[in-house]
Design a protein around this ligand. Structure first.
Ligand SMILES: Nc1ncnc2c1ncn2[C@@H]1O[C@H](COP(=O)(O)OP(=O)(O)OP(=O)(O)O)[C@@H](O)[C@H]1O
Ligand SMILES: [Mg+2]
Length: 209
């Protein structure tokens, strides 16, 4: 089977409050203005089945969830999303902007929950069918600074966010390692810069004339 062209598949990664949604919205408008069709996906979610799985994952009542159950749920949501939405959209020529993708599993379940990284890699391959983003923007910000943004926004914590600062520090270090391992795909952006400056850096990297 022909490999799906992933050049228009762009994921955004980073801990909570790193500014992913803000940047995705700006990039969506930028690409739309250029005349491209753009589809924004939220992970976990993006299909009816995947959104149901998202509800289970983010429900505060499920705080006894086993970490292996958690990784399989994320991965189940992802393969459904990949096959039902991402691959067909790329074939139609859309830009697909993903609010989190497979690197989140490596960072959160692998480094954060300390599931064996070789196993995580295999699970990730199964969960994407090998369809990786052509480009990933990692919005890097220290957990302490991100937590300040949360306080400022006045939002309450969900189940994941209750995991504590040590967990977030492991995730932060994990993202660093991911970016180091795949510098061609993963672009590290300083998420402490202004929303406008980060947007400028992103469109410079995407480089559409
Ligand atoms: N570069 C920035 N500088 C200062 N504040 C920012 C920046 N980017 C985003 N914010 C603010 O931080 C908060 C979180 O931003 P945003 O929702 O884009 O992050 P996120 O990564 O999508 O978070 P989540 O993982 O919770 O969805 C918002 O109040 C937003 O306005
Ligand atoms: Mg967001």
């Amino acid at each position: 089977m022909k490999k799906t062209d992933n050049r228009r598949f762009i994921s955004f990664e980073g801990i909570d409050y790193s500014g992913k949604s803000s940047q995705i919205n700006l990039l969506r408008d930028y690409l739309s203005d250029k005349g491209f069709e753009v589809y924004v996906l939220r992970e976990p979610g993006g299909t009816i089945i995947s959104e149901k799985i998202r509800e289970i994952l983010l429900d505060k009542k499920n705080n006894e969830m086993d970490k292996m159950a958690e990784i399989f749920l994320y991965s189940a949501a992802r393969i459904q999303l990949t096959n039902e939405k991402i691959a067909p959209l790329l074939i139609k020529g859309y830009y697909v902007l993903a609010d989190r993708f497979v690197d989140s599993t490596t960072a959160y379940q692998g480094f954060g929950r300390e599931i064996n990284l070789d196993l995580v890699k295999k699970i990730n391959e199964a969960a994407t069918g090998g369809l990786m983003p052509g480009l990933t923007f990692y919005l890097e910000i220290e957990p302490k600074l991100a937590a300040l943004r949360r306080v400022e926004s006045g939002r309450t914590e969900d189940r994941l966010e209750k995991s504590g600062i040590e967990f977030y520090n492991r995730v932060f270090e994990g993202y660093k390692k991911i970016a180091k391992q795949e510098p061609g795909r993963v672009k590290v952006i300083d998420a402490r810069l202004s929303i406008e400056e980060i947007h400028r850096q992103i469109i410079k990297i995407i480089n559409i004339n």
